[in-house]
Design a protein around this ligand. Sequence first.
Ligand code: NAD
Length: 335
Amino acid sequence: MKILICGGAGFIGSNFILYLAEKYPDYNIINLDKLNYAANLKNVKKLEGSANYKFIKGDICDKNLVFDLVKDVDVVVNFAAETHVDRSIMDSSIFIKSNVQGTQVLLEAAKEYDKRFHHISTDEVFGALGPDDPSFDEMTPYNPRNPYSASKAAADHLVRAYFHTFKVPVTISNCSNNYGPYQFPEKIIPLFICNLFEDKKVPVYGDGQQIRDWIHVDDHVRGIDMIIHKGKEGETYCLGGKDSEITNLYLTKTLIQLMDKDDSYIEYVKDRPGHDRRYSIDYGKIASEMGWEPLIGFKDGLRSTVDWYQNNKNWIDDVRSGDYRDYYKKQYINR
Ligand SMILES: NC(=O)c1ccc[n+]([C@@H]2O[C@H](COP(=O)([O-])OP(=O)(O)OC[C@H]3O[C@@H](n4cnc5c(N)ncnc54)[C@H](O)[C@@H]3O)[C@@H](O)[C@H]2O)c1
């Protein structure tokens, strides 16, 4: 099988490529990524030079390039996106371009050459839950509440429209918050781990009572593998974590404990505007159709993630370059 992975130099895309290359050594993998600030080719360094792997630096909005690549593959998996909510609040224009227009270009190519297309989406398209609301599932109406989730929702609608209008063989997965190796340290878990390594405080938004459903990236990539091989065309699948619906404050305290610090390292900062209170996923559909369920409990996953960052401090130094430092100052220091 020949598979085009878009956004394979980012966090989840690179974990997916490493997983695929190990599980299916005969697959041909093409990684198309424009290498934005969150990308890091070192994530997939061990595949460099391998006959079955090729990296192409390019943008999913580039129609000629995309058509050229899609023509020759069997499956397209789209991870490529601008992904950080805080950045979308500062300026949403690139989110609309990459997440919406880029997806439309990929869909046009999949339509032209009748290729299987899997789109990676997020639970944030569903909006926010109250404390007693049932978890999100595939039937939950869309209600995005920030520019990032609005751009992801728009892309999901386009993917479904290409199925219904043109019969493009698509699937979508909506997943909860991921954590694990190779995540850029602007997201809460790697940000806090990196701060604690440097003996710095960790910035907790508002009262820290926002609830997230954490899934280890290894569980997520295993689910994507199942969907591209066994998923039904035109269907959506929700993926979430194992017993891991927890508040940001609980997460912070667990991390602090794991890293032998104390609560004096917590610094409460002004909340993000429009911060969603609770996300939670019911993954019953993929469990019953394909037997997928998350295997990694939150505490074990968090411990192994801390160990990974501990053993990969060079990776952290590399990604925390100029662009990131400017962003960190704007976001947490000049507020
Ligand atoms: N991280 C999470 O918790 C989470 C949860 C659910 C869904 N998702 C979705 O999973 C996907 C991957 O997320 P991630 O956390 O790995 O993000 P990431 O920011 O780490 O990686 C995104 C990658 O996409 C690339 N990219 C961005 N715009 C591009 C463009 N126009 N053309 C080509 N490449 C482009 C970037 O260079 C980067 O390598 C995204 O679609 C995101 O919405 C993420």
